[in-house]
Design a protein around this ligand. Structure first.
Ligand SMILES: *[C@@H]1O[C@H](CO)[C@@H](O)[C@H](O)[C@H]1NC(C)=O
Ligand SMILES: *[C@@H]1O[C@H](CO)[C@@H](O)[C@H](O)[C@H]1NC(C)=O
Ligand SMILES: *[C@@H]1O[C@H](CO)[C@@H](O)[C@H](O)[C@H]1NC(C)=O
Ligand SMILES: *[C@@H]1O[C@H](CO)[C@@H](O)[C@H](O)[C@H]1NC(C)=O
Length: 243
């Protein structure tokens, strides 16, 4: 009896999304930001470390990848956004290249574009920037006294800071282990929104599959990124002072 009840609930849960949205449409977007210092610590390439704020990694729908490979990235369609993109969505390894944006568009943007609200390159990139400004992560952390420093934090500190502002579950990722195995290094934070761009809980689910998504140029080392745990202090590495 219990088995039947559980099955019915599972089936209802499984099929329900196909009733509310056409097949293949996404229901959630993950706005991913990374901390340049940590990103650069694992890539073993020349990397832009002198940035003292979280930068954008991507805006990823929870359904589909490479939805239309013939829809080519075209920087001239987002010309007005480029200065902001360069600042807040930089390619930390190749600062003058647009490969990172091209990669994100082809892999995720073309799927996000199934929704009318994001059905152009301009809409997609400008929405990502808009959400990035709106949910100003650097500032949220700072307001809760989580700042880059040589002092360590607990995962509770970081979670409390983030949850107190966003009021939803986010995903906090670290590089394990760092600094001689004694700490984990804060690296990437994911914030989730629904189709109306309102905050919702990020959940562990199929989207784990591409949460470690990274352009091929940066692939080395990034596999070390995983959800931060309670077993070790968290290091939020400071930006080297200018010489
Ligand atoms: C970082 O350093 C590069 C090259 O040294 C410089 O061009 C750039 O303006 C610096 N960026 C910031 C945010 O200080
Ligand atoms: C893929 O993108 C191209 C170029 O924008 C467009 O002409 C085509 O209709 C799109 N295909 C689908 C299936 O959306
Ligand atoms: C990029 O977009 C511009 C503006 O719409 C257009 O003139 C140009 O032909 C496009 N370039 C490519 C390679 O599709
Ligand atoms: C975040 O907020 C700080 C402080 O208000 C501001 O200086 C910074 O420009 C904001 N960043 C973004 C991406 O909007």
């Amino acid at each position: 009896m219990r088995f039947i009840a559980v099955s019915v609930i599972l089936c209802a849960g499984f099929f329900w999304p196909t009733f509310s949205h056409p097949r293949g449409e996404w229901t959630k977007l993950t706005l991913t930001q990374h901390w340049p210092q940590t990103f650069c610590s694992v890539v073993e390439k020349t990397c832009t470390t002198n940035i003292s704020f979280w930068t954008l990694h991507g805006l990823w729908p929870n359904s589909g990848m490479m939805c239309n490979t013939s829809w080519h990235f075209n920087a001239s369609l987002i010309k007005d956004l480029i200065p902001e993109m360069k600042k807040y969505w930089p390619d930390l390894i190749e600062p003058s290249s647009s490969e990172f944006w091209k990669y994100e568009w082809t892999k995720h943007g073309t799927c996000a574009a199934r929704a009318e609200s994001l059905n152009s390159q301009h809409k997609y990139f400008s929405k990502a920037l808009e959400l990035y400004h709106k949910y100003n992560l650097t500032n949220v952390l700072k307001d809760n006294r989580i700042v880059p420093s040589e002092q360590y934090y607990t995962l509770d500190d970081v979670e409390t800071a983030i949850t107190s502002f966003y009021n939803v579950k986010t995903k906090i990722q670290c590089v394990h282990p760092g600094k001689g195995g004694q700490v984990q290094v804060l690296g990437q934070i994911e914030i989730c929104v629904d189709r109306d761009f309102q905050l919702i809980d990020c959940e562990k689910s199929t989207e784990e599959i591409w949460s470690n998504d990274i352009p091929a140029v940066a692939i080395s080392g990034q596999s070390e990124l995983s959800v931060c745990d309670h077993s070790m202090p968290i290091y939020y590495p400071p930006v080297p002072s200018r010489s």
